[in-house]
Design a binder for this molecule. Structure first.
Ligand SMILES: Cc1ncc(COP(=O)(O)O)c(C=O)c1O
Length: 395
C-alpha cells in the first residue's frame, strides 16, 4: 500500500482548498439530496452568455477552428484586448509582446506568481480579498502580508499601514477594484498611495480588474496602470467571466511589461500551451461586438443589489452597506452573536442558504458573510426571507 500521506508535496499538502468552491460543492450535494437550496455562495452570473458570443464560438467550432493556437493567444484577440485596454483603461500595451491570453484570470494569477516570485518573497494583499491570491503566492513559496482595507479606511491610514507592511522582501502588491468580497471601488487617491509605495520601493503591482464593468451609482473604475509612471510596473488582470457571463468558457488575460510577460509565457507554454481555440474567437466577439448585454446585466445587478441590501438591513442584528461594484453583498452579522463560520454553517444546515463566511477572505472579514446577487430575483427574495427567519430563530 503506497504511503499516500507522506509522499505528497509539502507546499500543496499545507494548502487549504478553496473555501468558496467547497461551499458551492456542499450546496450542490444538498441539492442532489433533494433539499431546496438557495445558493448565494458563488460568483457565477446566472445570465446565459450573450447569443452573439455563443454563436461566434459555435461558428469557430463548425469551421474546424479546434487546434492549438499561438501560446500567447490569436493575434485578433490580442489586438482586441490591446484596443480595449487603451480606450477604456488608458493603458497602452503592445498586443504581440505585452499581453497573454489564458484559460481564466485565476490561471493568470497562478502563472504570474510562478514567474515573478522567489521563495521568501513577500506579497502585499489588502484584507479582505479574494480567496485565491494567497494560495497562488504560497504555491510559489512566497509569503502573503496583509494590509487592512475597509470602506472606512482613510487615505492616511492606508498610507501608514501600507508603508509599515513593506519590507526589503516585498516584491508584489495585488489589488482588486471593484473588490471581491466588499464591492469597494478604489478611488484615484487610494490608488495613488499604492503607486507611490510601488515606485518608492520598486514593487510590481498586479491589478485585478475583473469586476471593472460591474459598477454602480456613478462610481468610476480607474486602472492603476494609467497613473503616471505605473505602466512599467503594473500588470492588468482581466477576463470575460464576469463582464460577459462567460465563467465556463475560461478566458482571462494579463497585460504587462514585456520582460515580465516573456517569463510568464514560459510557464504558460509548459502548463497549458494556449487558451481553447474556439473560445478565443468567441472572446473577440465579446470584446468587439455590442456591449448592451453587459449594460443589461449591470442594470439587473443594481436592482437586485438594492432589493437585497434593503431586505438585509431590515433584519435586526445585520447591517449592510451598499456595495459600489461587483455582485456581492457584504453584510456585517456580528450583531447576531455568531461568528462568520457559525453563521454560514448554521444557515446552510437550518435554512439551506449557502453563503461564504467572511473570514475566508482574511482576518478582516470576520463578522461578515458574502452573498452573491448574481442570482435570480426570486432566489434572492427567498434567500433574504430564509435569512430573516434564521436570525429570528437565534433569539
Ligand atoms: C477577484 C477575482 N479575480 C479573479 C477571478 C477569476 O476569474 P476567472 O478565472 O473565471 O477568469 C475571480 C473569480 O471569482 C475573482 O473574484
Amino acid at each position: 500500500m503506497p504511503d499516500y500521506a507522506t509522499h505528497i508535496a509539502r507546499r500543496v499538502k499545507e494548502l487549504a482548498g478553496s473555501p468558496t468552491v467547497s461551499v458551492m460543492d456542499k450546496a450542490r450535494r444538498l441539492r442532489a439530496e433533494g433539499r431546496a437550496v438557495v445558493d448565494l455562495s458563488g460568483g457565477d452570473p446566472d445570465f446565459p452568455t450573450a447569443p452573439n458570443v455563443t454563436e461566434a464560438g459555435i461558428a469557430a467550432l463548425n469551421a474546424g477552428f479546434t487546434h492549438y493556437t499561438p501560446s500567447r493567444g490569436i493575434p485578433e484577440l490580442l489586438r482586441a484586448i490591446a484596443r480595449k485596454l487603451e480606450t477604456e483603461n488608458g493603458a497602452v500595451y503592445k498586443p504581440a509582446k505585452e499581453i497573454l491570453v489564458m484559460p481564466g484570470a485565476k490561471q493568470a494569477i497562478f502563472v504570474a506568481a510562478q514567474a515573478l516570485l522567489n521563495p521568501g518573497d513577500e506579497v502585499i494583499l489588502f484584507d479582505p480579498c479574494w480567496v485565491s491570491y494567497a494560495p497562488c503566492a504560497e504555491l510559489a513559496g512566497a509569503v502573503p502580508v496583509y494590509v487592512p482595507m475597509h470602506a472606512q479606511t482613510t487615505a492616511a491610514e492606508l498610507r501608514v499601514d501600507l508603508t509599515a507592511a513593506v519590507t526589503p522582501r516585498t516584491r508584489l502588491v495585488i489589488l482588486n477594484s471593484p473588490n471581491n468580497p466588499t464591492g469597494q471601488v478604489w478611488t484615484a487617491e487610494q490608488l495613488q498611495i499604492v503607486a507611490d509605495a510601488a515606485q518608492q520601493h520598486d514593487l510590481w503591482v498586479l491589478s485585478d480588474e475583473i469586476y471593472e464593468k460591474l459598477i454602480y451609482d456613478g462610481h468610476r473604475h480607474v486602472s492603476i496602470a494609467a497613473l503616471p509612471g505605473m505602466i512599467e510596473r503594473t500588470m492588468i488582470l482581466n477576463g470575460l467571466s464576469k463582464s460577459h457571463a462567460m465563467t465556463g468558457w475560461r478566458l482571462g488575460y494579463i497585460a504587462g511589461p514585456e520582460p515580465l510577460i516573456e517569463e510568464m509565457l514560459k510557464v504558460h507554454q509548459h502548463s497549458t500551451t494556449c487558451a481553447a481555440s474556439f473560445v478565443q474567437k468567441a472572446a473577440v466577439a465579446a470584446l468587439e461586438g455590442p456591449q448592451d448585454y453587459t449594460d443589461m446585466m449591470v442594470g439587473r445587478y443594481k436592482a437586485r443589489r438594492d432589493a437585497l441590501v434593503s431586505s438585509l438591513n431590515a433584519i435586526p442584528g445585520i447591517r449592510c452597506e451598499l456595495p459600489q461594484g461587483a455582485f456581492y453583498a457584504w453584510p456585517n452579522i456580528a450583531g447576531t452573536g455568531l461568528t462568520s463560520t457559525q453563521f454560514a454553517e448554521r444557515l446552510l444546515d437550518v435554512e439551506a442558504v449557502a453563503t461564504t463566511p467572511g473570514n475566508a477572505f482574511g482576518a478582516a472579514g470576520e463578522g461578515y458573510v458574502r452573498l452573491s446577487y448574481a442570482n435570480s430575483d426570486e432566489m434572492l427574495a427567498d434567500g433574504a426571507a430564509r435569512i430573516a427567519r434564521f436570525v429570528k430563530s437565534l433569539r
